[in-house]
Design a protein. Structure first.
Length: 256
């Protein structure tokens, strides 16, 4: 991050919104924010191509799809500097080279730690994987919540944006692409690690607020094999329903 923008600039920003940068609670804020933005934009200091380290040993006999899913994504929208966050699924069909799994997550971080739009980031990840791994096919799917439309503007909490990019066989062969998407969807339904994230936003959904039974029925339809996961999700839905009821009672008492 350039040194052209300093802590003094953040002090000016605090003054511009009507704050006193010299009050105790804000004295160290300019320094903290400077460090935070240096981290959030650290992707500019990285060469994405250097992140991927490919191996030929072990790849000779494998030419099927490799998928890493639920990679956490945290970035900032370049239009409002507002955070957006979610998860990425990346997959490729090797052509004599495989890559360490941690490298794929670092590649996502490298592009996420910049000012971004989700559409461009999706294509950047796919293009680099295709060129550096010389893969037969690449598929990237990003799902994210954008705070620029959940806490400002239209204010629609719970909305999720999904983008995808395909290269190679996944783009030229519809059957191969359909097989890859089906595999990703099947894995998501059988091993729903993202259910905890869904629980965090469940209290905002009309279904949970107005009809908890319908939400539980939808959960049962997923046919989750892990009983402990099912119990955890049920408990979460129950908490969300109770919280919603409590808020409704508070609202009613305020009106009386």
């Amino acid at each position: 991050m350039s040194t052209d923008f300093t802590e003094n600039d953040w002090r000016r920003f605090l003054k511009s919104v009507g704050e006193d940068p010299d009050r105790p609670g804000l004295l160290e804020t300019p320094g903290r924010v400077t460090k935070a933005w240096k981290y959030w934009t650290s992707g500019y200091e990285q060469n994405p191509a250097s992140v991927l380290k490919a191996f030929e040993d072990g790849a000779e006999q494998y030419n099927e799809l490799i998928v890493v899913r639920n990679i956490p994504v945290y970035s900032h929208c370049e239009h409002h500097l507002a955070p957006f966050f979610g998860k990425a699924t990346v997959g490729y069909m090797p052509n004599g080279k495989i890559v360490g799994l941690s490298k794929l997550t670092r590649l996502v971080d490298c592009f996420a730690r910049r000012l971004q739009v989700q559409e461009r980031m999706t294509h950047q990840i796919a293009d680099l994987m295709a060129s550096e791994l010389e893969a037969k096919g690449v598929i990237v799917v990003l799902e994210a919540t954008h705070t620029c439309m959940t806490i400002r503007g239209v204010e629609k909490p719970g909305s999720v944006m999904i983008t995808s990019a395909v290269r190679g066989l996944f783009k030229s062969n519809q059957a191969t692409r359909a097989e890859a998407m089906a595999l990703i969807e099947l894995a998501a339904n059988r091993f729903p690690e993202n259910l905890d994230l869904q629980l965090l936003t469940a209290e905002w959904t009309t279904e949970v607020r107005q009809d908890p039974a319908a939400a539980l029925a939808r959960l049962d339809a997923l046919q989750i094999p892990q009983q402990d996961t099912r119990a955890r999700v049920r408990a979460g839905l129950a908490r969300a329903s109770a919280l919603s009821a409590s808020r409704s009672e508070e609202h009613t008492s305020e009106l009386q």
